[in-house]
Design a binder for this molecule. Structure first.
Ligand SMILES: [Zn+2]
Length: 367
């Protein structure tokens, strides 16, 4: 790991594989386990950086694919790099664009070289390779950048998953060779679909490359939740214990608690902001639709125990009114609460790991 990055494991749970740690980056510390909000287009939708900071957010994720298409990495670099451009002083992680190319683009052609696809913006043909993805991410300037990987769909044949997993490894070697900046940490991604043997082979092979961090990718792509838990349970412990581990695209309470018990440190997911835009609040692991009649005259806060700006200042009745009126403020206030809820959940788990009470305090999330 370059001198600008370190990961210290401060406490380990005696009963599970959970750990509490501190990941140090050039733009600050990330106390793990931790949920990372998603700011796809260099903003967390409807939330200002100041509001975001108040949710307890430490590291934020941005999407390389979206930023390459709009505004383009040259403009982000012209604005002083991602941190300055979007006004977020804390750590940032960019994904590689691989997942979006495979999930969003129609008309794509995959080869050993990379992926050719048509831009949904202007129909332009774009060639994304491991080298190009790293070049874009080097230009954007996030603290953590991700290897360009091939994420197989679910379901897929074992042969297809095996080919994608092996290609992901070859692409990772090309990403490492292309990576230019010592102030950015390149994380590798373990693929392997739902095949535990492919996952463990990939985890062992990647571990030998001594990367500054590791991710488990290609989960939460349509497979049943119990399979996700199994994949994480068998794969995470094979990754180097002294490096941060990131489970990509997962962010429900139960999935995070179970993954933390398997030794995962970082999470990201679009659900807190996406659900907010649908008028849904996340409260104690439940989803509440604020349009429901029961909230119309309910003058209590969303969650009395929540320290967020929304819960400290507004009632369920007011939020229900804003959602029914489709006021933009509804999405801001619900996003603030939902992000706070998920970060607080991971913070509470962190405290429990430090006190070694995780296995008992969170037992109901772990079954
Ligand atoms: Zn709240």
């Amino acid at each position: 790991m370059s001198a600008e990055f370190s990961f210290q494991c401060t406490a380990c749970c005696s009963y599970t594989k959970a750990r509490a740690g501190v990941f140090s980056t050039p733009h600050g510390l990330v106390e793990t386990p931790r949920f990372m909000p998603v700011g796809t287009l260099a903003n967390v939708k409807t939330v200002t950086p100041a509001q975001l900071k108040d949710t307890g957010a430490q590291m934020v994720l941005c999407n390389t694919y979206h930023l390459h298409l709009q505004p383009g990495e040259a403009i982000v670099a012209g604005g002083g790099g991602l941190h300055k451009f979007m006004g977020w002083k804390g750590p940032i992680l960019t994904d590689s664009g691989g997942f979006q190319v495979f999930s969003l683009s129609d008309m794509r052609k995959i080869s050993e070289e990379g992926v050719i696809f048509r831009s949904p913006h202007d129909g332009q043909i774009i060639n994304l390779t491991p080298e190009k993805s790293i070049e874009i991410q080097n230009t954007l300037g996030a603290d953590v950048i991700m290897a360009f990987d091939e994420c197989p769909p679910y379901p897929a044949t074992r042969q297809e998953v095996e080919a994608a997993t092996e290609r992901t490894y070859r692409w990772l070697e090309r990403c490492m060779a292309a990576h230019q900046r010592s102030d950015q940490a390149l994380f590798g991604i373990v693929q392997g679909g739902v095949h535990l043997d492919l996952r463990s082979d990939a985890a062992v092979a990647l571990s030998q490359l001594d990367l500054p961090g590791y991710a488990i990718g290609g989960v939460s792509v349509g497979e049943p939740p119990e399979l996700i838990a199994k994949i994480v349970e068998s794969t995470a412990p094979l990754l180097p214990p002294q490096k941060p581990r990131y489970l990509m695209g997962v962010g429900t309470h139960r999935e995070m608690a179970m993954a933390i018990a398997s030794g995962i440190d970082l999470f990201d997911c679009v659900i807190p902001t996406r659900w907010a835009r649908h008028g849904t609040a996340m409260v104690g692991g439940e989803r509440w639709n604020l349009k429901n009649a029961q909230f119309r005259e309910d003058f209590t806060p969303l969650d009395e125990t929540c320290p967020c700006y929304t819960c400290q200042n507004f009632t369920r009745a007011y939020l229900s009114h804003l959602v029914r009126s489709q006021e933009i403020l509804a999405y801001t206030l619900l996003s603030i609460h939902n992000i706070t809820e998920l970060i607080r959940f991971t913070q509470k788990i962190r405290e429990a790991i430090l006190n070694d009470t995780f296995a008992t305090d969170f037992a109901h999330w772990l079954t």
